[in-house]
Design a protein. Structure first.
Length: 93
């Protein structure tokens, strides 16, 4: 094991600390999630997106690390895109 943040912290509980970059990479290319957004929030995730009417409900498909993949006006379209690219979608709570 390397001497990064990934190590056994407490031998009694076997709790681990995980490097945030390693955690973000888990599921990359395999897992994605759909995030509902208001159109006013789109520029934060998709800086290249054209202007969108304010107040609209849109859906972003995001990779396991949170990187934006797709923006659409339909949750079903976001899920279909994930499925078409062999990405398993997970729910966030």
């Amino acid at each position: 094991m390397t001497n990064h943040d990934t190590k056994i912290q407490d031998p009694a509980t076997k709790s681990l600390t995980v490097d945030p970059a390693e955690l973000a990479a888990l599921g990359e290319g395999q897992v994605a999630y759909v995030k509902p957004l208001l159109s006013d929030e789109v520029r934060r995730l998709f800086p290249q997106a054209p202007e969108i009417q304010s107040g609209l409900q849109v859906f972003a498909l995001l990779s396991a690390s949170g990187a934006p993949i797709l923006l659409t006006d339909s949750r079903d379209a976001a899920l279909a895109n994930a499925w078409a690219h062999d990405l398993r979608t997970v729910s966030l709570h």
